[in-house]
Ligand binder design. Structure first.
Ligand code: NAD
Length: 268
């Protein structure tokens, strides 16, 4: 259980972040949610998670590409809860361009949300974790932090960088017995964003949604089904337990063996 702990989960208005906010609150943890979306829908989710869990759940709509808003997010979490014990760097921006066509402002924007913001947020919450002698830092990477696909330069670079940053922070916290920093590398998870991409595939290739849903996975070499956001959230909750204190500096795949079997079928 995570009673009396506080978690800040970025990008928790939908998908994996929302599932994570739910899972941590279910363990008794107070949660600061963050992200974009329709204000009424966000408020309904916040209130529902709070009612279901009995934990206190707040929301702050900071745009993480803006340093002032990012600092205000941490200030608000600290003012509301007295400190941040668990930071889940989950928010993401994705552009889909080849290197040749990548707009420089989009590149800067992606790297600011996906890499710089997690760095600044960890920098902000670490002193409090050190003082209290307890902290969990969880960074959302991807199988694309361990390999590449065309048209995903911002994402591949961000997710590779966040794995490196995870190790760097783990190196600097390894003397603190109850502070850990880990990355999670999911394969394809069925989130609203994935559903949008499936819809685009269906439209581009004249398939119905179910056919495109199967094709989307097949083309990514993940043959046995989508991962549920709740499974990622459960892994994060597991990493936040006291008993997980010796797991640090890792990049944990949750991808149905996809990254372990990339060479299968090749002659290498
Ligand atoms: P999503 O696109 O559904 O949600 C992203 C969240 O980030 C939203 O809440 C959005 O509002 C928020 N966000 C975007 N820009 C922001 C900004 N500037 N400031 C604050 N919040 C911002 O994402 P998802 O599919 O649930 O993925 C969540 C995480 O898991 C990401 O880090 C992603 O890279 C990783 N991941 C997802 C998959 C997958 O298949 N969905 C696979 C591997 C890794």
């Amino acid at each position: 259980m995570l009673k009396d702990k506080t978690a800040l989960v970025t990008g928790s208005t939908r998908g994996i972040g929302e599932a994570t906010a739910r899972a941590l609150a279910a363990q008794g943890c107070n949660v600061m949610m963050n992200g974009f979306g329709d204000p009424d829908e966000i408020e309904a989710k916040r209130a529902q998670i709070e009612a279901d869990s009995g934990a206190t759940v707040r929301f702050h709509g900071a745009d993480l590409s803006d340093e002032k808003q990012l600092d205000d997010l941490v200030d608000s979490a600290e003012a509301a809860f007295g400190g941040v014990d668990i930071l889940v760097n989950n928010a993401v921006i994705r552009y889909f361009h080849t290197v040749d066509d990548f707009d420089r402002d989009n590149w800067r924007h992606a790297l600011s949300v996906n890499v710089t913001a997690p760095f600044f947020l960890m920098q902000r919450v670490l002193p409090g974790m050190r003082k209290r002698g307890w902290g969990r830092l969880v960074n959302m990477a991807s199988v694309l932090g361990m390999g590449a696909r065309s048209g995903r330069a911002d994402y591949v670079t961000s997710k590779t960088a966040i794995i490196g940053l995870t190790r760097a922070v783990a190196a600097e916290t390894k003397e603190a017995p109850q502070i850990t920093c880990n990355a999670i590398c999911p394969g394809s998870v069925l989130t609203p964003n994935t559903e949008i991409k499936i819809g685009e595939l269906a439209e581009a290739e004249g398939m119905d949604f179910e056919e495109a849903k199967a094709q989307y996975l097949l083309r990514r070499g993940q043959k046995t089904g989508y991962i549920d956001p709740a499974q990622i959230a459960d892994l994060i909750a597991f990493l936040c337990q006291d008993s997980s204190k010796d797991i640090t500096g890792t990049a944990i795949p949750i991808d149905r063996g996809r990254s372990a079997t990339w060479l299968e079928g090749s002659d290498g």
